[in-house]
Ligand binder design. Structure first.
Ligand SMILES: NC(=O)c1ccc[n+]([C@@H]2O[C@H](COP(=O)([O-])OP(=O)(O)OC[C@H]3O[C@@H](n4cnc5c(N)ncnc54)[C@H](O)[C@@H]3O)[C@@H](O)[C@H]2O)c1
Length: 472
C-alpha cells in the first residue's frame, strides 16, 4: 500500500483553518505491508514499481476514528497501525450520544445498527469518510453524505464463499431430509428411512444468478459430482463444465435443485411463483439465500403441500425482524406458521454470510478502503462518490501535493479549477462525476507550503465547492 500523506480538509460547513497539520516533532513511518487481501495485493503490485515518496514530517495521529458495533479486529489493526487515533466501542450508540461523539471525528466505522441519518451527519463537521463494515448501506443517508463530500465504503462481496458453502450444506441436507430426521431425534423418535432420500452425485443444480455467489457455488457443486446449469440476464463465461441456459424456464425444466442468487430488483420480485413451480421437475428442491422478495412464499407452500416440491431451504424473508428473539410469527409474515408446519424445509435466520471468515474479510476490505481514501484520496469502490484513482507519488517527486476537489457538477467548473492550477505544474489530473457530484484529483509539483495554502484558498472560494483536501 502506498504511503500515507497528511490531510487537510475544508468544507462548506467549516471555516478553512489553513492548518496543514504538520507536526514538527513527528517522524513519518511507512504503513505496514499488505494485509493479505486481494485488494492489498493488487495495490501493492501497482505501487511496487515506484518507491513511495519520503514525506515531510507529519502526524497521522491527527486523524480521529470512531469505530462502533464491535468492528472486527482485522479492521481495527489496520487502522491503528496507520497511527490514527482510533476509539473503539463494542455497541452502537443512542442518537444523542452518537451526535456528541461524531462531532469531531474524521472517520466513523459502523455496522448495520448505527443509523447515520441527515440529522446525525449534519453534526459531523470534520467527517471525511464512513466505513460500513457490513454488506448493506441502507443505514446511511448516502445522498446527504455525497452532497457533503463524505465518501462511503462497504464490503458487498466478502461473504460470497460463506453463502456458497451454506447452500452446499443445504443441497445435501434436503436430499437426505436431514432437518426432519434431526428434529424427530430431538423429540425422541427413531425414524430410519431411505425412501425419497438421494445422493447428490449426478443430479443437476440450476443456479439462477451467476455472480459472486452463484459462480463459487458452481465450482463446489461440480466437485461433488453434480451437473451445473445456470441462468443469468448477462451472458457469462462458464466455470468448469457448467453450462449457461438461455431462459429461466429451461433451467427450471432441467434442474433437480434450483438455487437463487439474484439481487433484489423489481424484475426479481416473485421471480419464482406459481407458474415457475409448475415448470419445475416433480420432486425437485428450491433454495433461496438471496433476498426474501424473490420467492412467492404462499405459492411455495402450495407447491410443497402438493408434493411438487420435495424440499426447500430459505435463509431470507420479505420481512425480517430487527433483533434476535421469538419473532418469526404470523404478525411478521402472514404465512410464517404455515411455512413452519411443512416437512423437509430448512429455515435459517439470514445467516448465509455470517461466519468468522466473512467478518474478518469485511474488516480488511473496508479498513483498506478507508486508508486508501484518507491517505491518497482514492475513491475506488465508494458507493456514493465517483470512483477515481491515480498512481501514488514516488520518491522522485519531492515537493508535490495532491489536490482533491469535490464539487458540484456544473458547467464551467473545470475551466475555473484549471485556471487556479495552471499557475503550478500539474503532473497528472483526473476527474469523474456521479449525478451532480464530481471528484477531481490533481498532483501538482514544485509547490511550497504557501502555494498549498493559496491553491486551497482559491478552490475554497469557488461557488461549486463541496470539499477541498490537500495531501502533501
Ligand atoms: N443470505 C445471505 O446472508 C446473503 C449474503 C450475501 C449476499 N446475499 C444476496 O445474494 C444475492 C446474490 O449476491 P451476489 O454477491 O452473488 O450478487 P452479484 O451481483 O455478484 O450477482 C448477481 C447476479 O444476478 C444476475 N441477475 C440480476 N438480475 C437477474 C435476473 N432477473 N435473472 C437472472 N439473473 C439476474 C446478475 O447479472 C448477476 O450476475 C444478492 O441478492 C445478495 O443480496 C445474501
Amino acid at each position: 500500500m502506498a504511503s500515507p500523506r497528511d490531510i487537510s480538509r475544508s468544507s462548506l460547513s467549516e471555516p478553512a483553518s489553513h492548518s496543514l497539520s504538520a507536526s514538527p516533532a513527528a517522524t513519518f513511518t511507512s504503513p505496514p505491508a499488505s494485509h493479505g487481501s486481494f485488494l492489498a495485493g493488487s495495490l501493492a503490485q501497482r505501487t511496487a514499481t515506484a518507491a513511495a515518496k519520503q514525506l515531510k514530517p507529519f502526524n497521522t495521529g491527527d486523524i480521529k476514528i470512531l469505530l462502533l458495533e464491535n468492528v472486527n479486529q482485522t479492521g481495527r489493526d489496520i487502522l491503528t497501525s496507520q497511527g490514527y487515533q482510533v476509539e473503539f466501542l463494542k455497541t452502537s450508540l443512542p442518537e444523542d450520544e452518537l451526535i456528541e461523539k461524531i462531532k469531531d471525528v474524521h472517520v466513523i466505522g459502523i455496522r448495520s445498527k448505527t443509523k447515520l441519518t441527515a440529522k446525525v451527519l449534519q453534526e459531523a463537521k470534520n467527517l471525511l469518510v464512513i466505513g460500513c463494515f457490513c454488506i448493506g448501506t441502507n443505514q446511511v443517508d448516502l445522498e446527504y453524505a455525497a452532497q457533503h463530500g463524505i465518501a462511503v465504503f462497504n464490503s458487498p462481496f466478502a461473504n460470497s464463499r460463506s453463502v456458497a458453502e451454506l447452500v452446499i450444506a443445504e443441497i445435501i441436507s434436503l436430499a437426505r431430509q436431514l432437518g426432519d430426521r434431526s428434529l424427530e431425534m430431538h423429540r425422541g423418535t427413531w425414524n430410519k428411512v431411505s425412501a425419497k432420500c438421494w445422493e447428490v452425485r449426478g443430479k443437476t443444480l440450476g443456479i439462477v444468478g451467476y455472480g459472486h455467489i452463484g459462480s463459487q457455488l458452481s465450482v463446489l457443486a461440480e466437485a461433488m459430482g453434480m451437473s451445473v446449469v445456470y441462468y443469468d440476464v448477462l451472458t457469462l463465461m462458464a466455470i468448469g463444465s457448467a453450462r449457461q441456459v438461455p431462459t429461466l424456464e429451461k433451467l427450471l425444466e432441467e434442474a433437480d435443485f434450483v438455487t437463487l442468487h439474484v439481487p433484489e430488483t423489481p424484475e426479481t420480485k416473485n421471480l419464482i411463483s406459481t407458474e415457475q413451480f409448475a415448470q419445475m421437475k416433480n420432486g425437485s428442491y428450491l433454495i433461496n439465500a438471496s433476498r426474501g422478495t424473490v420467492v412467492d412464499i404462499p405459492a411455495l407452500i402450495k407447491a410443497m403441500r402438493a408434493g411438487k416440491i420435495a424440499g426447500a431451504a430459505l435463509d431470507v424473508y420479505p420481512n425480517e425482524p430487527a433483533a434476535n428473539g421469538d419473532y418469526f410469527l404470523n404478525n411478521l409474515n402472514t404465512w410464517a406458521e404455515d411455512l413452519r408446519g411443512l416437512s423437509n424445509i430448512i429455515l435459517t435466520p439470514h445467516i448465509g454470510g455470517s461466519t468468522e471468515e466473512a467478518q474478518r474479510a469485511i474488516g480488511v476490505e473496508v479498513a483498506e478502503a478507508l486508508v486508501r481514501y484518507i491517505n491518497q484520496g482514492i475513491t475506488l469502490a465508494s458507493v456514493n462518490l465517483p470512483e477515481v484513482t491515480m498512481r501514488s507519488l514516488t520518491l522522485d517527486e519531492s515537493n508535490h501535493a495532491r489536490v482533491i476537489y469535490i464539487h458540484r457538477n456544473v458547467p464551467g467548473v473545470l475551466r475555473k479549477v484549471n485556471e487556479i492550477l495552471a499557475e503550478h505544474n500539474v503532473d497528472k489530473q483526473i476527474s469523474d462525476s456521479k449525478g451532480d457530484i464530481a471528484y477531481l484529483m490533481a498532483d501538482v509539483s514544485d509547490v511550497k507550503t504557501e502555494d498549498i495554502k493559496e491553491i486551497r484558498d482559491s478552490l475554497d472560494s469557488l461557488s461549486s465547492r463541496i470539499m477541498t483536501r490537500v495531501l502533501y
